[in-house]
Design a protein around this ligand. Structure first.
Ligand code: UP5
Ligand code: MG
Length: 196
């Protein structure tokens, strides 16, 4: 019999663009498994005795991208233990190192369906993250200083990855400035068009 390769959708966009918010809705409506690379890294950081805890914390506060070996093994493991076969991979791949690591170890074993890109200008993203920080997110990077660095990394390193997938005609761009329900209407249309 034929074993189907697991399906993957990459979910990208600036810090605070609404990736996590929309992924939650996609899970409810279309039954994908949501794997946020950032959440997995924060979980790993919180594990007592984790050999990567300190490294991860430093990278996150500085808005830098953790080496792919760490992130990719967390993602691979989460895919395996889920026992499922459709994944939203949120916030990854974010730079050339991420892309190369993924292509070397995982890409050939999955079907990349498309890249969902939440397009949102810097000022709106910043406002959302600052509000979330003020509301007690507990995230050590929801402050103006870290946000500047996160944005810089996004523009310098992540945007070129989105552009790379765009040249392969894999990117679905969503206007992420509208309210969450309006954004989700556009998201739904894309998944429905894909037969989800
Ligand atoms: N909100 C959401 N949608 C809204 C809307 N349409 N209108 C108004 N408000 C909206 O939303 C952010 C906030 O905005 C929330 O308060 C929400 O209610 C509101 P959220 O859905 O959380 O946005 P999201 O895009 O998920 O923002 P997040 O801050 O998670 O994005 P980042 O990409 O910055 O964070 P992530 O967790 O992915 O990564 C954090 C760090 O981890 C990185 O900077 C990096 O250091 C590290 N990392 C790696 O090193 N490697 C990786 O592969 C991934 C992460
Ligand atoms: Mg998120």
């Amino acid at each position: 019999f034929i074993v189907m390769a697991p399906k993957v959708v990459f979910v990208l966009g600036g810090p605070g663009a609404g990736k996590g918010t929309q992924c939650q809705k996609i899970v409810e409506t279309f039954g994908y498994v949501h794997l946020s690379a950032g959440d997995l890294l924060r979980e790993e950081r919180a594990k007592p005795g984790s050999q990567y805890g300190e490294l991860i914390e430093n990278y996150i506060k500085e808005g830098k991208i953790v080496p792919v070996e760490i992130t990719c093994s967390l993602l691979e493991n989460a895919m395996k233990v889920s026992g499922q076969d459709r994944f939203l991979i949120d916030g990854f791949p974010r730079n050339q190192n991420n892309l190369e690591g993924w292509n070397k170890t995982v890409a050939n074993n999955v079907e990349l369906q498309f890249v969902l890109f939440f397009d949102c200008p810097l000022d709106i993203c910043t406002e959302r993250c600052l509000q979330r920080g003020a509301a007690g997110s507990g995230r050590t990077d929801d402050n103006l200083e870290s946000l500047k660095k996160r944005f810089n990394t996004y523009v310098q390193e992540t945007k070129p990855i989105i552009d790379h997938y765009a040249t392969m005609d894999l990117v679905k761009t969503i206007d992420a400035t509208k309210n969450p329900l309006e954004v989700f209407e556009d998201v739904k249309a894309i998944f429905k068009a894909k037969g989800a």
